[in-house]
Design a protein. Sequence first.
Length: 118
Amino acid sequence: MLGERLKTLRGKRTQEDIAKYLGISRARYSHYENERSEPDIENLQKLAELYNTTTDYLLGRTNNPSPDNSNINVAFYDGLEGFEELDPEQQQVIMDTVEDMVARFKKRKQELEAKKNK
């Protein structure tokens, strides 16, 4: 289950990109995807963070990939031209920035609605 989910979530990224992000060899990361070995807890958490999901989802304990409904689906970014060419750290910065902007817009919308209802 873990290997299948890692392959799916990786999308257009290479095993080398993900291995660099984790600080491990490509071969070791390949073992995760082929279920020859499992990542330690630190790398499992890094993978969940990178893919904006939970460790429970990666391990097959749940079928819900999102930590909550407000998180942005990584698949959205795979459609952005050039996104897959960025290294995982750069991709994460972009995802974090977009999530922050969405949260700010939601907050502003709530503030405007509260003023309107006064």
